[in-house]
Write a protein that binds this ligand. Structure first.
Ligand SMILES: Cc1ncc(C[n+]2csc(CCOP(=O)(O)OP(=O)(O)O)c2C)c(N)n1
Ligand SMILES: [Mg+2]
Length: 325
């Protein structure tokens, strides 16, 4: 497939936005500026970007505890995200949720989720709503390899397949679930084989190559939008950072991590490819990096200067307004 320069720069911009946001979140967390817990999406950028570039504003996504990349790829505002990480009132959850609860319903982002495997049924529900309303929207459910061992995986895939709901289940197989390597908890080589048990088609892609993810997701999302039912897409990748910022990572060697980064970093791979094959220049890529970097610095400055929610707001926003009179 041939791509125009603007599109390739857009993919790069989105991946760099995620990488830069995550590197900054790591730095700020280690400096003691951010409360709570932070799980980084570094090394997995090509998956969220390759999938979400095929979505419309009102398509839905559900996310995980490692959710910053999904939010950014779906079009969330990094200033409100950063303010949320700081616990400030200007944040997506008015500072009360933090990293694992960021949601933006205006762009179909149904929320990061502290419950592993908590996104499946939200995605199936959103897809059912699309179908009942006769809309051609789709729901994408991002989940981890570890999360595929939860019971909710079975419930959701079975119902989505039986009712032919418009869901794309995207497994981010990053080889680890917390401190456990894939092989310690999972007997099958590929999560994709599990789809067969639900009568659902599945595909496997190299999740470190954004164009491969993009092209496959594009084909699958078109078919799902046309009413052909759900599909499971397994993206093979690697969790470059610890499970959370501060993880001592006693369960793997530095050599393993360094080898993976050297061989499969999605940003490095993409830059080399577009310079060699598509005529982009290092100057164009550097301009994207500096534009993104400046935007992120502004987000951090604003978040630092923003107000914390006041004690009088402690109970505000905890419950939805009742529609029952
Ligand atoms: C229901 C539930 N069980 C356990 C946990 C603790 N926990 C948080 S993340 C995680 C591992 C998830 O692994 P995976 O699904 O592969 O996602 P990854 O962290 O690799 O992105 C676990 C066990 C949790 N948050 N929720
Ligand atoms: Mg994992």
């Amino acid at each position: 497939m041939s791509y125009d320069t603007e599109f390739l720069l857009q993919l790069y911009r989105q991946m760099v936005k995620i990488r830069t946001f995550e590197e900054k979140a790591q730095e700020l967390f280690l400096a003691g500026e951010l409360p709570g817990f932070v799980h980084l999406y570094i090394g997995e950028e090509a998956i969220a970007v390759g999938v979400c570039e095929n979505l419309r504003q009102h398509d839905f996504i559900t996310s995980t505890h490692r959710g910053h990349g999904h939010c950014i790829a779906k079009g969330a505002d990094i200033e409100r995200m950063m303010a949320e990480l700081y616990g400030k009132r200007a944040g997506y959850c008015k500072g009360k949720g933090g990293s694992m609860h960021i949601a933006d319903f205006s762009i179909g982002m149904l929320g990061a989720n502290g419950v592993v495997g908590g996104g499946y049924n939200l995605a199936v529900g959103a897809a059912l709503a699309c179908k009942l309303r006769n809309e051609d929207g789709v729901a994408v459910c991002f989940f981890g390899d570890g999360a595929s061992n939860r019971g909710t995986f079975h419930e959701a895939l079975n119902m989505a397949a039986a009712w032919k709901l418009p869901v794309l289940f995207v497994c981010e197989n990053n080889q680890y679930a917390s401190t456990t390597p894939y092989r310690m908890t999972t007997a099958v080589e590929d999560i994709a084989v599990r789809a067969q048990g639900y009568g659902m088609p599945a595909r496997i892609v190299d999740g470190n190559q954004v164009l491969e993810v993009y092209e496959t997701a594009r084909e699958l999302i078109e078919a799902i939008r046309a009413g052909q039912g759900p599909v499971l897409l397994e993206c093979k990748t690697y969790r470059v950072k610890g499970h959370y910022v501060g993880d001592p990572e006693l369960y793997r060697t530095r050599q393993e991590v360094e080898m993976q980064v050297a061989n499969s970093d999605p940003l490095k791979h993409f830059s080399q490819k577009v310079i060699a094959e598509n005529g982009l220049t290092e100057g164009q890529l550097a301009a994207v990096r500096s534009e993104v970097g400046a935007g992120l610095e502004r987000a951090v400055e604003k978040a630092r200067a923003a107000e914390y929610p006041g004690h009088t707001e402690l109970f505000a926003g905890l419950y939805a307004e009742s529609e029952v009179q």
